[in-house]
Design a protein around this ligand. Structure first.
Ligand code: AMO
Length: 431
């Protein structure tokens, strides 16, 4: 239905014949002549239609409400002089999609953009704004760069199941589903399944999947449906997988900085690519916070305010916090051999927010059973998982990055819902 996208049409010589298609962004109707701005995903162009050049029927097809979808065939006209614009002189205009009634809000009135809730109720309109498309292009590049790096470095992609019979992260945050006669839930993570794939000998794997957390609270950094980008690696400990994660993060940030310059500009964000992602132990961070006057004890988890403070104290945008207290981490985290109070787990913080966590896993079935029991869960529900470690399981480790959280921080957004096309939270199930 088009010969060119608008950005490409605008590069053509004077007189070039094109057909472009998109939405009416602005319409100025002066009876004998009609100026409109036509918009597609690549940009905008002024279209001029007038008696003599444009047929009366085509002129009428351009005199439509904003957001009507049209195609325009005509000739490119380049004005003379340095600041002269480019316009498309319309021969033929067809209406491809009409506006019925009132468009929920006008994207051209920048100071009248409604609240996030109203925008999300009308995501198909909200998405027509440059800055909103920019977010999802950045997110696409983040996800692509993640796969790209891992495929180039010997990892293979798997697809784990999203329907499970037991918690994969522990806790009560599970969404039950109707599954014939059985008790079943939506997976909180691909955790147990990615580990079993490594035990099965796949060795270096990655996956991207939607995960479900029935967290009842509403925050600006949590969703009930999130997209995780995970790896799992055999014959590896926490340090080995942090090496991979450091390289993946650097590759992602570089890809966004190089390939999404325009989008970052639209979003008013600047991405710096670090050379290294330093590692600090949990105990060291506690000492630093205490020395700065924070009331926090060894064993406490960090609040959002702590996370932001730590960023200032360490003076880094991206860093790892390693060797956490065992009791605050998931049951599968490997306790340290010299001190079982701490475990080989880590978080990756970027711009003051935890964007990822990971660990070396327990591969000893007895220790795993103990840890499950110690958290008040029933090892019988995990028998399918524990038995995987009884037939020769290598030491292994892995991590998971939340796609929305990393996108949110790269794009400088205040609410994680902005980085999700159709966010799911306690109040929001449609659209
Ligand atoms: P964790 O639960 O820390 O670890 O999740 C890993 C990353 O996933 C993202 N994330 C979320 N994002 C938005 N809303 C949520 N409710 C949400 N929950 C998690 C975050 C977080 O850092 N299986 C382990 C990982 C591993 O050890 O491999 C896990 O799921 O960015």
């Amino acid at each position: 239905m088009r010969t060119h996208y608008i950005a490409d049409a605008a590069k053509l010589d004077d007189g070039a014949e094109v057909t472009v298609a998109g939405w009416l962004h602005e319409v100025r109707d002066l009876k004998k002549i009609c100026f409109v701005v036509l918009r597609d995903k690549t940009g905008k162009i002024q279209v001029t239609a007038k008696n003599g050049i444009t047929s009366p029927e085509s002129l009428e097809n351009l005199r439509q409400p904003k957001e009507t979808v049209v195609s325009v065939s005509g000739k490119i006209a380049r004005g003379k002089g340095a600041n002269a614009g480019i316009e498309l002189l319309a021969d033929k205009v067809e209406v491809l999609g009409r506006v019925y009634g009132k468009v929920p809000f006008d994207i051209t009135e920048k100071d009248k953009i409604p609240s996030l809730d109203v925008r999300l109720d009308n995501r198909h309109i909200d998405l027509r704004r440059d800055e909103i498309q920019a977010i999802f292009r950045v997110r696409g590049t983040v996800q692509q760069a993640f796969r790209e790096y891992l495929l180039e470095n010997g990892f293979e992609e798997i697809v784990p199941t999203a329907i499970v019979g037991a918690a994969t992260e522990g806790g009560a945050e599970l969404f039950p589903i109707v599954y014939f006669e059985k008790e079943a839930f939506l997976a909180q993570s691909p955790q147990l399944y990615k580990q079993m794939a490594v035990v099965g000998g796949m060795d270096k794997i990655f996956m991207q999947c939607l995960v479900y957390r029935a967290e009842p609270h509403s925050t600006t950094t949590h969703l009930n449906e999130a997209y995780q980008m995970d790896i799992e690696m055999g014959f590896a400990n926490d340090d080995d997988v942090m090496d991979v994660e450091e390289a993946v993060l650097i590759h992602i940030l570089r890809a966004v900085a190089e390939r999404r310059k325009h989008e970052l500009e639209v979003l008013n964000s600047h991405v710096t690519v670090p050379d290294k992602v330093p590692r600090y132990t949990y105990s060291k961070i506690i000492e630093m916070l205490q020395a700065d006057g924070e009331k926090i004890e060894w064993g406490d988890d960090f609040t959002r305010a702590h996370e932001e403070k730590i960023g200032k104290l360490v003076g880094q945008e991206a860093y790892f916090i390693t060797k956490w207290p065992t009791k605050v981490r998931a049951f599968y985290s490997m306790p340290s051999p010299d001190n079982p109070e701490i475990c080989n787990s880590f978080d990756l913080i970027y711009r003051g927010l935890e964007i990822s966590s990971g660990a070396q896993r327990i591969h000893d079935p007895e220790l795993l059973t103990q840890q499950i029991r110690a958290r008040g869960m029933n090892p019988e529900n995990f028998e399918f998982y524990i038995r995987a470690f009884r037939s020769g399981a290598p030491p292994h480790a892995g991590w998971s990055i939340g796609a929305e959280r990393i996108t949110m921080k790269i794009c400088n957004l205040n609410n994680i819902r902005e980085a999700t096309l159709y966010p799911r939270d306690r109040m929001r199930l449609t659209p």
